[in-house]
Design a protein around this ligand. Sequence first.
Ligand code: ARG
Length: 454
Amino acid sequence: MRSGRFEKGMADNMRSLNASISFDKRFYREDIEASKAWARGLSGLGFLSEDELGQICSGLDQVAGEIESGSFTFSEELEDIHMNVEARLSELIGEAGAKLHTGRSRNDQVATDFRLYVKRAAEEAADAIGALMKAVVESAEACQDVVIPAYTHLQRAQPVLFSHHLLAYVEMLERDRRRFLWAAEQADSCPLGSGACVGNQFGIDREKLQEDLGFSSLTSNSLDGVSDRDFACDFLYAASMLMVHLSRFSEDIILWMTSEFGFVRLDDSVTSGSSMLPQKKNPDACELARGKTGRVVGHLIGLLTCLKGLPLSYNKDLQEDKEGVFDTHDTLLGILGVFTTMVETMQVDRERTAGSLEGGYLEALGVADYLTRKGMPFREAHGLAGSCVRRAEELGVSLPSLDLEEYRSIHEAFEEDLFEAISVEGSLADKDVPGGTAPSQVAAQLERWREALK
Ligand code: ARG
């Protein structure tokens, strides 16, 4: 790269700062795949003979083999994966190797490699989310009989099916899965043939490159082609949103795991102990998911900030686009795998969940609804139900065990059928609208998800 133009070498510290090989070797497969497609394109233009094309392709396979077996020596002097592969290829096959970079720039090369990588990573994430969704749906199916309080402000609000609560996360995860499929589509456009910035000078067949590399479209502006990293931001946004959802799910599970709630037990395989406190079984997987959310969101913000001041077209700042994406990819797959096992093995404590419905006056709205069904304006019913709660509190009893006489002393519209209406079963059954927690509605949702996830 420096031969001819430069009089002396790079300073050692500049060389280290400048090189990306320590991390971009991660997409050596994509680089080699794209180089083979490029070589086929060059041979179509007559720059390479059949024989030279054959040498390049088998030479690149050998380079891939060396990298995979660990015998390849990466050089910082050669800066990045592109130069490392090309230099080794030339070492192996001689002159034909030196023809490979004809009409190509590392700028369109890196954009191509990175898009191939992000497309695959996004598809992998979507699949891993699908597996987690399946585990959550199965867990929801296994505990359709379990009722817990739904909370607002972390204060007990109304009875809800535990399955309904779990299915709320399935909704979020489905949006995440779609966001990743969308991110994969955003990466699915081929920039190869954009050259350094203004396009290829030899009339390379870009459609053929696109097909060869399995992209579904071509980028249509060379300046944008080499400098666009929107697809990486899209991936990082999909990842950030997913992590935010997993973090919220984690928070619920952490609470459920406490002695105070005791709704669930997590399997030994996904919990950790304490070096000092013998009784501890800690929900570390959830805490790590929650903690790593900051790191993934940080990668999104980092890349957006890196891009915001860049003039067209390629700038070396863009080399900063990769590490956050790689780290995010690892983080996602790690967390999703453990989360799936955790949900698959999570046990619900039915005694504790049943106990959680006592106290807290979860029936208060039911008392008001009872009166509104008899024609009373809701505001008035709300006030009377509040009086019932106050009376129950004074007597130290729950709403279902407050005597009918007490209710009737507050309003004579109360009759014996009140107790059926405010029972847990009655309360669940009357939320019989799409999206409600009535057992029939939740069963329909479970059925829908079971079909969708087949
Ligand atoms: N290592 C570089 C990157 O990751 C490849 C492109 C370098 N291009 C250049 N003109 N210096 O972005």
